[in-house]
Ligand binder design. Structure first.
Ligand code: AMP
Length: 689
């Protein structure tokens, strides 16, 4: 059976759970009938409001007939018949896009395109969407408003009206804090209609300090489409990895919480891991077993995922995780545990400290004594330098997939060392609130990655941001007075804060990310991620951002190079225990070849402090000169301190998959973890001006 039918079903919210076939010779000539069992994962409403029914075992034709009640289905039938009679190639050339870009039409588009063949359909759809960016955005907004105008929240601003002009004039730009009372009421048994028309099927959580977000069936369906579209440019470059082999992907679910109204709240990824569709494809496409993803102890889960990945190393065509930090965490864990892993592979017995029964069961299915494989891996890991280790361990891997932009860019250099010879690919830019952009150029350098926004994913607006420290006096800016710019009207080179509206109850919601327009693809803008819009260090209104800090660290850490040392992790905080306050940087440093660095040279470390201060923005330097800020301090911490920090946040409920190391420490406990591991303190000796 070809793959396309499964791909066709995905966007419709169906999963193919089983199939078999028989040869029908009742009429001549005989033909192969595909007998397909379908499960509808959510109900679809037809145009007349009637719900379509769940399916039993049906053949393809019956599948189409079973859906025939809705107008959507009619179009699907036509399209499917068309695909069948014309053949894919001719459709790929001639298929006409429905003129009106309704959501319905977009689904039909996907179906049509996916019927053509693999990624080309996805690419063609990206062309369509980006060419018709403005119309698609208007349609998305129309849909959000026509569905949700009657909700308590929007009634207060629009009184039931749905015009774009009024939306722009009356609906305020908000943050999570503004919507929180509504979301809390939904979580506390009130109807979701105070905020959104569609029923809430669960809640997503986001960020280190988890936030609840309404999640609807629509959001999940969008996820499937987004995934298809974001993978298409990858397939153009790396081939169809689903056909080629498996992914060694480090994945970690976080326990769900239940709100008082009985809604399940889970991180976006945990929800994905919970979907039956994901569980069905997991054994075929990934090396990790579901029990290792859901293991309550992330270290046991990680050990087993690495173990399974090594056992199946010859099948692995992609290595990755959601974020670069998790991939790096995996590699470092491997550095500390490879002997033990090899021993387990050799003997076919899982280490005793893995006590989780799910992991042990999963292991019993894949483990058998394999001394040859263990020896091979041992030889690779035993070499002096771990440069390019990923490629050596997984020789068929085509690329490393993980987000390397934003906070993650600090890991690029180290990841490149371990992954030498393999491209590091950031596939998408998304958040729990909305799916936003995809990377159309997977082979570009990690630091140059731009994300092309998909105009069908949400209604996007942009708040211009002044991001300038060249003047000593910060310009005061009032967000309310600044006009939001539409997706297609942003200007190249300008920075903006992202504002999204979705069917899931977010209206003109500030995500908190600052993006810079790097160009356009057709009519859709492409953005580079700049920073989380929060000032992370502030002694006296000098407002140092994540980017300011990052640039200064880059300058300073270059001084370690000649010593053969690498800065592997950093974070910061403002120490105001003495006046005036000062910046403290925690640095974890290691030697290039081995794990431990040689003695640190205090002179160089002091120079690093000086270089940091010289590289910070003008306002900081002026304040330093006037002694409004005291000398910057670098505290070097022991190896493994940042792993301990990650363990701490994970123990507090952060998902290991979505963990983003804070660039500034706010919690007392986290501070204690780092402070208790300090092995050297260094101060800048003089003002940078
Ligand atoms: P979460 O809500 O936990 O899913 O985290 C979403 C946040 O992660 C976004 O708002 C961004 O700050 C960050 N993020 C997601 N994707 C990227 C990316 N490709 N590059 C940089 N930061 C990202």
């Amino acid at each position: 059976m070809s793959n396309s039918p499964t791909a066709l079903l995905d966007p419709l919210g169906f999963i193919l759970t089983e199939y078999t076939s028989y040869v029908d010779t009742s009429s001549a000539p005989g033909k192969v009938e595909e007998v397909v069992e379908l499960i509808m994962i959510d109900e679809m409403k037809g145009d007349n409001g009637e719900k379509s029914q769940a399916f039993d075992i049906v053949s393809y034709g019956a599948f189409v007939r079973g859906l025939a009640r809705t107008a959507l289905t009619k179009e699907v039938i036509n399209l499917w018949d068309y695909v069948e009679t014309q053949g894919r190639d001719s459709i790929a050339k001639s298929y006409k896009i429905p003129k009106k870009k309704t959501k319905k039409a977009i689904w039909i588009l996907v179906i049509g395109f996916m019927a053509m063949n693999g990624y080309e359909g996805g690419l063609k759809m990206i062309e369509e969407l980006t060419t018709n960016a403005e119309q698609t955005q208007d349609e998305v907004l129309r849909e959000i408003l026509s569905r949700n105008a009657g909700t308590g929240y929007l009634m207060g601003f629009l009184h039931g009206q749905t015009e774009k002009r009024l939306f722009k004039k009356n609906v305020p730009v908000v943050t999570y804090e503004d919507l929180k009372p509504y979301i809390d009421r939904i979580a506390n048994r009130e109807t979701s209609e105070i905020l959104l028309a569609e029923p809430v099927i669960g809640s997503g959580t986001s960020g280190g300090q988890p936030k609840l977000m309404p999640v609807t069936a629509e959001y999940q369906k969008n996820g499937a489409l987004y995934d298809t579209l974001s993978q298409s440019p990858m397939m153009r470059h790396f081939g169809d990895i689903n056909q080629a082999g498996k992914r060694m992907e480090l994945m970690f679910a976080r326990p769900e919480i239940e709100t008082p109204s009985g809604l399940k709240a889970a991180s976006v990824l945990t929800s994905v891991y919970n979907e039956s569709k994901f569980r069905t494809i997991l054994p075929k496409l990934y090396t990790s077993a579901i029990e290792t993803i859901f293991c309550p102890d992330p270290n046991q889960g990680l050990y087993c995922q690495l173990l399974f990945g090594l056992i199946q190393r010859d099948e692995v065509v992609r290595v990755g995780s959601l974020f670069a930090s998790t991939v790096l965490r995996g590699i470092k864990f491997l550095e500390n545990h490879w002997q033990e892993l090899c021993y387990d592979i050799k003997t076919g017995r899982l280490s005793d400290w893995i006590t989780d029964s799910g992991c042990r069961n999963a292991a019993s299915l894949v483990m058998k004594p394999n001394p040859e494989k263990a020896d091979l891996i041992e030889n690779i890991c035993n070499c002096k330098s771990w440069e390019g280790i990923v490629r050596k361990l997984w020789p068929k891997a085509r690329y490393i997939s993980c987000v390397c932009t934003g906070v993650m860019r600090q890991y690029i250099a180290e990841l490149e060392f371990y992954c030498r010879g393999l491209p590091l690919v950031s596939t998408f830019y998304a958040c729990s609130e909305a799916l936003c952009g995809i990377n159309l150029e997977p082979l570009c350098k990690p630091c140059d990655v731009s994300y092309t926004f998909l105009p069908n994913m949400a209604y996007f607006e942009f708040l211009p941001v002044e991001n300038d420290h060249d003047e000593s006096i910060e310009m005061k800016r009032n967000d309310e007075d600044t006009e939001l710019v539409d997706l297609v009207n942003v200007k190249v080179g300008q920075c903006y804060e992202l504002v999204v509206s979705t069917c899931a109850g977010l209206y003109r919601y500030k995500v908190g990310d600052v993006l810079m327009v790097s160009g356009f693809y057709n009519n859709a803008p492409q953005f580079q991620f700049v920073e989380r819009k929060n000032v992370i260090l502030n002694v006296d209104q000098e407002k140092t951002s994540e980017t300011d800090l990052f640039k200064a660290v880059i300058e300073a850490k270059a001084l370690l190079d000649p010593l053969g040392s690498i800065l592997t992790e950093y974070t910061s905080y403002v120490d105001t225990s003495s006046a005036p306050g000062h910046y403290v940087l925690f640095w974890e440093i290691k030697g290039k070849e081995g794990k431990h660095c040689k003695e640190l040279d205090p002179k160089i470390m002091v120079e690093c402090c000086t270089r940091m201060e010289e590289s910070l923005h003008y306002t900081y330097k002026i304040y330093r000169k006037r002694n409004i800020i005291a000398a910057l301090e670098i505290r070097v911490v022991k190896q493994g301190s940042f792993e301990a920090l990650m363990d701490y946040y994970v123990s507090k409920g952060t998902s290991l998959s979505q963990y983003k190391k804070p660039n500034c420490i706010k919690s007392e406990e986290a501070l204690k973890i780092l402070d208790s591991r300090v092995i050297g303190k260094y101060f800048s000796p003089k003002s940078p001006l």
